[in-house]
Design a protein around this ligand. Structure first.
Ligand SMILES: Nc1ncnc2c1ncn2[C@@H]1O[C@H](COP(=O)(O)OP(=O)(O)OP(=O)(O)O)[C@@H](O)[C@H]1O
Ligand code: SF4
Ligand SMILES: [Mg+2]
Length: 346
């Protein structure tokens, strides 16, 4: 185990939650064994989510956000994917030690996932009412009629207009935004304790994105669920998340309460992400882009994995992996120069 992994594992509370952990991921490692080599997709991720809390997970494409979520849900594509280390504690039980059947049961009732693409996640040849109703028939033993009534109620909860008359419609008959609401309804049906939303609004128009995100945040508060919100988009999470974890090359490089992170990031990668979002007060100014590409996960650079792209890199960054430092209460940064980064941002 490397120093940064052990620090992360020993201080899971540093991901910034107060209540008892609903979900407590410790030093999780996942690799994909492929013909091209072993891709180290998740390299010691630790985070916690409490009931009623929203954790946003942010990072460029390929940083391991979805794979971490798939490991938590127990839906990792295996083979080629394998969990090679760590724990996933859900309400105190390590999910990695449970049998297939038990995990399936938890997936049905304890936690649910919302995907980016509702059209491929929903069954195209079944009406939405039948799909929603099936959840109540299978898990709650309800009659078809009672389950359909529940389906209509759920559709109303997610604000689908004329739910009663649309309950027999098929997924393709709904707009993208409405389909995403149906996915949210499916996820909520059995009132799970935890929802993982993986890029839930990425495929939608900007105005619809905001409506769907507001709905998700409202329902999360109402049901007092834990929510993990995975996104590329810093703009989307500002109003809804409590805490942010930023991932790079399968590691968490910074965690912070959302507003602290926006005001003054403590990791150069986060700063790069922030500088690359359009801001009204910077109108006319050219947008910053982080140079280069994320690393090949079969050959992650030594030292700080971000060093080939980092404007602040020094010699030490090329040889020594930075541990996850506590930079303030509830804040961590995996950068040798977190102080300078933080001071520079203030
Ligand atoms: N089914 C798979 N087979 C082989 N490798 C995979 C598979 N799924 C993921 N990986 C590897 O894991 C890495 C991380 O993937 P992941 O889907 O977690 O990225 P992400 O952060 O969710 O990115 P995005 O923002 O594009 O969704 C990928 O770059 C790839 O190397
Ligand atoms: S450790 Fe070095 S290379 Fe890595 S983010 Fe900090 S300054 Fe940049
Ligand atoms: Mg993803």
């Amino acid at each position: 185990m490397t120093s940064s992994d052990s620090v992360t594992a020993a201080r899971p509370e540093s991901t910034g939650t107060d209540g008892p952990p609903l979900l407590d991921v410790r030093d999780l490692k996942v690799e994909f064994r492929t013909r091209d080599g072993v891709a180290k997709a998740v390299n010691g991720v630790s985070y916690r989510v409490a009931a009623g809390q929203t954790l946003a997970v942010l990072g460029e494409s390929g940083s391991g956000k979805s794979v971490t979520a798939q490991a938590i849900m127990g839906i990792l594509d295996s083979p080629p994917g394998f969990v090679t280390g760590g724990e996933i504690r859900f309400k105190g039980r390590d999910l990695l030690t449970l049998g297939r059947e038990e995990r399936r049961r938890i997936r049905g009732t304890g936690m649910a996932m919302i995907f980016q693409d509702a059209l491929s996640a929903l069954n195209p040849v079944m009406s939405v009412g039948a799909q929603l109703g099936e959840m109540f028939q299978v898990h709650r033993g309800m009659s078809r009629k009672a389950a359909r009534a529940e389906a209509v109620e759920l559709m109303e909860r997610v604000k689908i207009p004329a739910a009663k008359s649309r309950v027999g419609d098929y997924p393709h008959q709904f707009s993208g935004g409405m389909r995403q609401r149906i996915m949210i309804a499916m996820a909520l049906a059995l009132e799970p304790d935890l929802i993982i939303a993986d890029e839930p609004t990425t495929a939608l128009d900007v105005t619809v994105q905001a409506q769907v995100m507001d709905l998700l945040a409202e329902l999360q508060r109402e049901y007092h669920m834990g929510l993990i919100l995975i996104t590329h988009d810093l703009g989307v999470v500002a109003d809804v998340a409590d805490t942010i974890a930023v991932m790079y090359a399968g590691r968490i490089v910074e965690t912070a309460p959302v507003h602290h992170l926006y005001r003054a990031p403590a990791h150069p990668y986060t700063r790069g992400l922030l500088d690359s979002i359009p801001r009204l007060d910077h109108k006319g100014r050219e947008l910053y882009a982080i140079k280069g590409l994320p690393p090949n996960l079969t050959a992650i650079p030594p030292g700080c994995p971000f060093h080939p792209r980092c404007p602040l890199a020094q010699d030490v960054c090329r040889t020594d992996r930075p541990p996850l430092h506590d930079v303030a209460p509830g804040r961590t940064s995996a950068c040798h120069f977190w102080k300078e980064t933080l001071d520079g941002a203030r």
